[in-house]
Design a protein around this ligand. Structure first.
Ligand SMILES: Nc1ncnc2c1ncn2[C@@H]1O[C@H](COP(=O)(O)OP(=O)(O)OP(=O)(O)O)[C@@H](O)[C@H]1O
Length: 698
């Protein structure tokens, strides 16, 4: 301290008693201590890295491609040392992908901490920002009597993958094992209310893609017994590992859900996954990069207990994007053409924290070489994981190869049809809130139902007691709802509503709320049991059996979510309008098909015409070539004949005599010789050339 004093003294000129000097002393002291801390810690790290100190450390590396990385990142995010890091980066991607937006990451902060945030627009997605230590900085964390050195870095192999390295001075690795197990436990405790969804990537790895709230079984409306049977069967399977082992049967079970679109196949699988607390691993078999070997690798890499979902099995060997295009379960080499337009693996866009947003580029090769035998091998070959539950969905059972759907691969088949009256009634009852307890099947858990725009904004006071029902999940005008309801209603006077411009004006009664504005309420009031039953029955009476999908009925109810009476009363009119719409669409499609057919026919005729013309032209050219050849032959022949004749003439005795005569009588005149040597006019080449040849250009 004396040394410090002597250091400071000259600077402050000896006026030690003033508050300025005290302040400066503190600054200098603080700076010195911090510098000393940093220097000593750097020296300590340098020492640790140096040989032989580093030889005392046990180090475990966790790649982000594997699950323990996620467990440890969640565990670390809760450590105060991690949060106290002096060098950090911010991200809206949470370190724990499965829990984006939740408060489980303690070092995050976001919109919901702003004061007055409640006034924000309902349904606004709240962004959370997370602090995380920068790469290549080392942090020391105390755990169960050991100092752990934790470091985040990137792999140097060019993949850009993150790696977490944890080192500890210990005799064996049991402390690291304990750490991983604890991190796993904490991670799973968080995951209890959610299911994780993984998608296959082109490298044959599974990538975490989404985390969803569990969907309650009660929100799935199927004919009685179906859900229960399926749930019992899957539960029973998971308990029967020994039974399978004793009989030498591979411990796998497959379910084929087939039927019309929008009938609840995917929803049921999600509900079952939630019920059994299993994650879902999705493979899209129509992906451009899928091949026999990638699929085999993927199937070998699923964990022991999970659901593997093969969506749209009938599209396995085609890469068309529309499911209505002819697709088949039988391999078709033409469809495996690598030059076809590639279809990128369908990855649902989910929260911003998804791993699919990693910056490193994914190489998606366009080599869909999946074959039927490859698929069958991947499903039940030696490399296929045991203990998994396979679900496959298809809208076209008839297009599947029998080998694919035989028992052993697909043990249980369930057909999904369009909604029955019974389902329509149950859907209505599930959809609208009731004041009676018997309707509580959905209480507390309907939040999983898939609404087009799931709002997360504040609820109106009236709806707060039912915050988890579909009714209260609907986007609401919240506190402003009261002002929109007809003034005849008791508690909807302007005074009871929020403070709005002119609300206190008592001189005139407000004009009635226009009907279309009143219809915009987004929350229905709970109905009493009797009324609900009556409306549900009326609704179901209007819905014909097996004509509309449950998804279509749900869409209709969503349009009327604040008006159960209208939903029931207008259902018959909706059915008529839907039929008309379907009829119109059918006719339009027919007209389109007809036009396409005529166009095709026209193009075919034009093609035929062109081919015919081409053939004719070729024929004429052939004839022409023939004639030319004949002409050439004739010319050659004539020439040869002429030469022969002239030779003969010159060697015969008469000619000799004539020659002698000529010699005697002197040279003949030019005219005479010309006459004699002129060949017969009929064989002159010039005349042959007058044979008319067809014009090739015609
Ligand atoms: N049986 C059902 N019970 C409850 N909701 C249903 C049912 N069927 C469909 N839905 C609703 O309809 C929507 C579509 O359902 P889902 O995706 O499960 O149908 P799908 O049969 O898998 O359709 P696709 O064959 O087109 O994939 C979802 O929002 C779901 O809530």
């Amino acid at each position: 301290m004396d040394a410090l004093k002597s250091l400071v003294q000259p600077l402050v000129g000896g006026a030690g008693g003033s508050s300025v000097i005290d302040g400066m002393k503190l600054v200098v002291l603080g700076g010195t201590v911090e510098t000393a801390r940093r220097v000593s810690s750097s020296a300590w790290y340098a020492l640790q890295r140096s040989w032989p100190i580093s030889t005392f450390f046990l180090t475990a590396h966790f790649s982000e491609e594997d699950y323990p990385y996620d467990w440890l990142m969640l565990w670390l995010s809760r450590r105060p040392e991690w949060q106290r890091s002096r060098e950090f980066e911010t991200t809206t991607r949470t370190t724990t992908p499965g829990f984006s937006g939740s408060r489980s990451v303690d070092n995050s902060f976001g919109d919901d901490e702003d004061e007055g945030d409640e006034d924000g627009p309902p349904g606004k997605v709240k962004t959370r920002v997370v602090f995380q230590p920068t790469f290549d900085t080392t942090h020391t964390i105390y755990y169960k009597g050991h100092w752990l050195r934790v470091r985040r870095s990137k792999k140097t192999d060019g993949s850009g993958c993150e790696v977490l390295s944890i080192s500890v001075v210990a005799r064996n690795n049991s402390i690291l094992k304990q750490l991983v197990l604890q991190a796993k436990k904490e991670y799973e405790a968080e995951a209890i209310h959610r299911i994780q969804i993984y998608f296959a990537d082109s490298h044959g790895s599974w990538r975490w893609t989404d985390s969803r709230h569990k969907r309650p079984m009660s929100s799935i409306v199927l004919n009685p017994g179906v859900k229960e049977m399926l749930l019992n069967d899957t539960r029973d399977f998971l308990k029967s590992e020994k039974w399978y082992a004793d009989r030498g049967i591979p411990f796998r079970r497959g379910y084929l859900l087939h039927g019309v679109p929008g009938s609840g196949k995917s929803s049921l699988i999600h509900a079952i996954a939630g019920e059994l607390m299993l994650d879902i691993y999705v493979v899209s078999l129509s992906s451009s990069w899928i091949s026999d070997s990638t699929l085999t690798t993927l199937m070998g890499r699923v964990p022991a207990r999970c659901i593997v979902l093969l969506e749209d099995l009938d599209a396995a060997f085609t890469r068309s994007v529309t499911r209505d295009k002819s697709s088949t379960g039988t391999p078709d080499s033409s469809n495996n053409n690598s030059n076809e337009e590639s279809t990128a693996p369908e990855q649902p866009t989910s929260s911003s924290s998804g791993r699919h947003r990693r910056s490193h580029k994914e190489h998606i090769s366009d080599v869909n070489t999946l074959s039927l035998s490859g698929l069958l091998n991947a499903l039940d070959g030696v490399a296929a994981a045991e203990g998994r539950i396979l679900f496959a969905t298809t809208n076209h059972l008839e297009r599947l190869d029998p080998a694919l759907s035989r028992p052993g691969r697909m043990d249980v088949w369930i057909e999904f049809k369009n909604a029955s009256k019974w389902q329509a009634e149950a859907l209505f009852r599930n959809f609208f809130p009731s004041t009676e307890s018997d309707n509580e099947v959905l209480e507390g858990d309907l939040e999983g139902i898939e609404l087009p725009n799931p709002p997360s904004g504040p609820q109106s006071p009236a709806s707060s007691s039912h915050s988890s029902t579909l009714w209260s999940l609907s986007p609401s005008f919240s506190s402003s709802t009261a002002s929109l309801v007809s003034p005849s209603s008791k508690n909807t006077t302007p005074e009871s509503g929020p403070e709005v411009f002119g609300a206190k004006n008592q001189a005139y009664l407000p004009p009635p709320v226009e009907e279309h504005i009143a219809a915009c309420q987004h929350s229905a009031k709970p109905l009493d049991g009797e009324k609900l039953a009556q409306l549900a029955k009326k609704f179901a009476d209007s819905i014909p059996d097996d004509e509309f999908s449950v998804a279509a009925l749900q869409g209709y109810l969503l349009k009327n979510k604040s008006q159960p009476e209208s939903a029931a009363n207008e259902a018959a009119a909706w059915v008529i309008s839907e039929r008309e719409l379907k009829e119109r669409l059918r006719k339009e499609k027919e007209a389109r098909d007809l036009k396409e057919k005529l166009d095709r026919e026209k193009r075919r005729k034009e093609l035929l015409e062109k081919e015919k013309e081409k053939a004719e032209l070729e024929k004429k050219e052939l004839e022409l070539a023939k004639l030319r050849q004949q002409l050439q032959d004739q010319e050659t022949k004539d020439k040869a004949d002429g030469e022969k004749k002239s030779t003969e003439d010159s060697t015969s005795p008469a000619a000799e005599a004539a020659k002698e005569e000529d010699t005697k009588s002197g040279p003949a005149t030019d005219d005479d010789s010309d006459e004699e040597n002129t060949p017969p006019s009929s064989s002159t080449p010039s005349e042959v050339a007058w044979i008319q040849v067809p014009d090739s250009s015609s």
